[in-house]
Each structure stands twice: as C-alpha cells, then as structure tokens.
Design a protein around this ligand. Structure first.
Ligand SMILES: [Zn+2]
Ligand SMILES: [Zn+2]
Length: 579
C-alpha cells in the first residue's frame, strides 16, 4: 500500500467534512483511548445523507461512498452509524474493529465489520497496530522477524514449554550443517540436542530413506539434486534459524521396513511435542511445490480511507478489511487456515496440535503459532485462527502421569476431543489402515494426562457417551459411510467407518440421554493391538460387553443394510458387541 500524496482525494468533499473530520473521526476512534481496553465502546458517530448523493460520489471515486453503497438501495434518506469495538481474537493485540451500520429509508439495514491496518511509517500507524502483510518470506528480514517471534515466546510466554537441554533426538535426523551436503545422523536414541520437525503434504512420490540407501545417506549424504523443493526449503529455514538438526518423516523413517515404521509412528507424539520448533508447510499441496518462494498476494483492502487525528499532525491512510469475507478462499481478501492444502490431510492434524511452536508458511504470509500466540510476522493483520490448540491442561507436561484433572478441565478436554474427531474425520487419509495411527499422537497425549484407557478411538472414562457417534450426513456420500475392505476397528468405534463423524456433547444438553445411559453399564472391554510398540495405533480386534435393558427385535437383512426392529416392552439382559 502506498500512501497517496493527498489522503483527502480518497473520499468526497462531503465525507471529508463530516465523517472524516478530525473531530468526528477522533471522537469515534478515541485517540487517547486507542490502547485503553477499559473503553471497548466509544460513542457511535452517525450522519445522514441520501442514496442519490452516495451514488453520485461513489461514481466519482469516493472510497467511502463505494463502501457503504448497498446494491438494492437506490433513493431516499440514508443514515450511517459508525462505532468501534474491541477485538480480542485477531492479532496484533490492541487492534480495533470498525462497525458500520447503513440504514436506508427504502429498505432495511446492513451492518458490516471491518478490521483496520496500515503500513509502517504511515501517520495512522501511531494508533493502528496492524500492518500490511510481508509476502516475501525468503529474505533475511523475514527470518529475523521469525526469530523475533521465537525469542519473544522463549523469554516471555509463561504457558509455552521451554526447550529442554535434555531433549533426546529422534533415532534419525538430518544434519543440515553443510547446506550442500545434508546427511542422516543416527543418534542411537541417546544423543541430546534441539531439532526442528517438518509437517507437510507428500502429494505423491518423493525420495525416501530405505534399508538399501540408508548407509549411503549416512556416510556420504543425501544428494541435493534428488531433494524436492519443500525439503530443500526446510533445510534452508533450519539453517537460517541457526539450528542443525531436522526431522522429516520420508527421510527419517525406513519407508520399506514395517518394523521401523511401527516403531517410529509410535514415537510421533514425542517427536513433534519435543521439537524445538515445527515447520508447517501449510500452503504446499505437494513436496515438489516448496513453501518459501511461493507467490503470495498482498491483501487487497475493501477500502482505503483517510485517518485523521489531532494527535497526529499529518493525515494518514488506513485500510479496511472485511472481518468475514464470504469469498474466504481468496487469500488476497482474507485468510482461513482450514482451506490450506495441509488442512485436508489426516496426518497433519496432530502435527499441528502437538508441537510447542510452529512457523506456519501460509498462503498469505508467515505465521507463528505457539501455546500463547497466533501472529503474522511483522505485526501484519492476522485473522483469528480457525485451527485449534490442545486444551492447556492436556498439553501441560506437569499434568502427565497424574490423572488429577479437575471436573472443569475434564469437561474441556472431552469437548476438545470430540472436536478433534470431527476435524480429523473431515480430512483425508491415503491408507485406510492409518485411520487410528494418524491421530495416535494426540490420543497418547490425552492418555498421559487423563490416565484413561484408549479403546480404538474411544475413552474408558466416557465410554457410554463415546458410543453415541454418528456419521454426519452433510458432505458424506454413502460410499464414505461404508466399512473399509480390511478390518480396521470394532464396529462400535468411529474409526471403523469413513466419513465425517459427529460425536456430540450430550452430557449436559440431553438430560434424557444421560438418564437412559444410566440404565446401561459397561461390564468389560478389551482391545488387541496390532503391535505392542504402538498402543495408540492399529488394532487387530476388540470386544465390548454392556449390561443394559434390551428390547426384543427382529432383524431384517436387506441390500447391504441390516435393520433391527424393536418389539414389545424392555427386558433385562446383556449384549455382546464383538467384532
Ligand atoms: Zn463520499
Ligand atoms: Zn509462546
């Protein structure tokens, strides 16, 4: 955004003298109170004009009149009311939102909320905290800003885990000290050092470490010429952040060894949880795309208007961005992290939830996520993250192995788990068998804190409620509701079907369901794991025994559907659900 020489030229004479006069704009914006959170609502400012005047000024190029023009309103009086609201979910903190209500005589009203930002050095920057995006992420300045975010986290975020001097490296890591000759280091599971991890979309074939090339990759290194752009970018970032070791699944797991896969996949929680930082290649749909030098659009504001304040002698320019843009897929207007290519893949959900800190190479700019902050580098306007963090009580290592969560913490944890299942089942898994392993790291983190037993996607402490999942009808075709060809999980687990799973929070909202559930009792259960080294991975078979009131039923077998019709009054009995 370039500041025009004359901000007055951005709006019509009438607006310049009314809504953009220093008196009204400042009354609204409250220069003295701009950083004062005790005044969330400054007195609204309103003025009246006519649609005819607005239309004429819009035609002549007035940015403000163009913004407030409603397509269906054509004639008569119109009242415009502006007020400011405190915004707590967008960053940088201290940003304010401008609400504009337009009410025409000929029709109803429309209210739109705008987030404000400006460029560094603009007179408006004294009062407006948010800046324009940084779109070139391969410059030394971008790396410096990224390091600044990490340093701030390490020195002043009390809730963010500190990197530990005793962190064990994963079994294999890539030593990036020689940019031209990255090589695999075998750590023997006893070497201690900080390392970065990479979360990315494979998106097709790529070079992998196998039992046949591992010796070469260790002794002479991985040929740079075979490495895809995303891997090369990750090595560049690791070095630019002053780090030496990098963990990448394709290269640090022996991809042709079933035994090594099981062992390493059982370590996923620890690998991401203990990383100094995780690089999240959010914008790349394949490892061949890279993430550093992707073209990124500058944000196109919905309007540029003057910013006048008596506390700043010069007149500034401020950009208005719609808070929620219906065309959310367009990164030049707004940003939504669930639309990134990485958000469509199953494995990457836990790679987002488990790291203490992540640099997210998004399609708009570089973002920093930790257990405290979600910010864009350089103080750029950052929409609230639509992604989620693990609940603090679950993430806090001080709670591990204790099983001492309060009732409130347990409630938050369970609600979050249900959301995770929902978000996870929205995503795609390339291999059917990965359904349980790909979210196993999160399950393990839960188990470590709650002490509950994990039963193929369900929890021993809330088992009766956990059974009440269903396949969401929206966006799920019938094929997706079917069971996989090969056994994957017991029929009572959501992991036994594809499709979007809705496991609703019923404990409070449906008292009747709770009452009915009290007539049931879990008598016993067991789960046989596919591999003991992966207690949160694949299962071989499972059993659940419930004692409850049963009704006599008749089973009708139809076209692939079995229907049980209940008959008569309830009678006591038991039912075995075994598969
Ligand atoms: Zn105007
Ligand atoms: Zn932090």
């Amino acid at each position: 955004m370039e500041t025009p020489l004359d901000p007055a030229s951005l709006v019509c004479q009438a607006d310049w003298g009314t809504v953009f006069s220093p008196r009204s704009w400042e009354a609204l914006w409250g220069s003295a109170a701009a950083s004062d959170d005790t005044q969330p609502h400054i007195k609204p400012f309103s003025y009246t004009t006519t649609w005819e005047a607005v239309q004429a000024a819009a035609k002549q190029g007035c940015n403000w009149c163009r913004l407030i023009l409603l397509p269906k309103c054509t004639a008569g009086k119109v009242t415009i009311q502006l007020w400011r609201e405190k915004v707590s979910d967008c960053t940088p903190q201290g940003e304010r939102e401008l609400s504009v209500k337009v009410q025409g005589e000929c029709c109803g009203f429309s209210t739109q909320n705008y987030l404000l930002y400006t460029t560094a050095g603009n007179p408006a920057a004294q009062l407006i905290a948010a800046r324009d995006r940084i779109t070139d992420l391969s410059t030394p300045e971008s790396f410096r800003l990224a390091r600044e975010c990490i340093d701030r986290c390490l020195t002043s975020h009390e809730s963010c885990p500190q990197p530990s001097a005793t962190t064990l490296l994963p079994d294999r890591v890539i030593d990036c000290s020689d940019a031209h000759n990255p090589r695999i280091t075998l750590t023997g599971g006893s070497k201690r050092a900080p390392y970065l991890a990479l979360s990315y979309v494979w998106g097709g074939p790529q070079p992998m470490t196998t039992t046949t090339n591992i010796d070469k990759y260790v002794s002479t290194g991985i040929p740079l010429s075979i490495l895809p752009p995303t891997i090369r970018d990750a090595i560049t970032v690791t070095r630019s952040l002053g780090q030496k070791y990098l963990w990448i699944d394709a290269l640090c797991i022996l991809q042709d060894s079933g035994a090594d896969k099981v062992r390493q996949l059982g370590e996923m929680r620890r690998i991401y949880r203990d990383s100094y930082l995780t690089l999240n290649a959010a914008c790349a749909a394949s490892t061949w795309e890279g993430f550093l030098s992707k073209p990124r659009p500058q944000r196109i504001p919905h309007a540029r208007v003057p910013f006048r304040s008596s506390s700043t002698a010069a007149v500034g320019v401020v950009c208005l961005a719609k808070r929620l843009d219906t065309d959310a897929a367009d990164a030049s207007r707004t940003y939504w992290d669930e639309l990134e290519p990485i958000a469509y893949r199953g494995w990457t959900l836990q790679e987002k939830l488990l790291p203490p800190r992540s640099l997210v190479y998004a399609r708009d700019t570089l973002k920093y996520h930790c257990q405290t902050d979600v910010v864009s580098i350089g103080g750029a306007l950052c929409e609230p993250s639509t992604g989620m963090r693990l609940p603090r009580a679950i993430y806090d290592s001080a709670n591990e192995g204790k099983g001492t969560l309060s009732a409130q913490e347990r409630k938050v944890a369970r609600q979050a788990w249900l959301s995770i299942v929902f978000m996870y089942t929205l995503r795609q898994i390339s291999h059917e068998d990965d359904k349980l392993p790909a979210v196993g790291g999160v399950a393990e983190q839960y188990a470590m804190v709650t002490g509950e037993q994990y039963l193929a996607g369900l929890w021993s402490g809330s088992l009766l409620f956990d059974l009440l999942w269903s396949v969401h009808s929206a966006g799920t075709d019938d094929a997706k509701k079917r069971r996989p060809a090969r056994y994957r999980a017991p029929s009572w687990s959501w992991a036994s079907v594809d499709g979007l799973i809705e496991a609703r929070w019923l404990e409070e909202t449906a008292a009747a369901v709770g009452a009915n559930l009290r007539q049931a009792e879990v008598v016993g259960f067991w789960v046989a794991l596919a591999a003991d080294e992966a207690p949160f991975g694949e299962v071989r078979c499972a059993s659940l025994r419930i004692k409850a009131v049963v009704k006599k039923g008749v089973e009708f077998a139809g076209k692939g559907i079995n229907t049980i019709v209940m008959m008569g009054a309830g009678m006591s009995g038991g039912v075995n659900l075994r598969q």
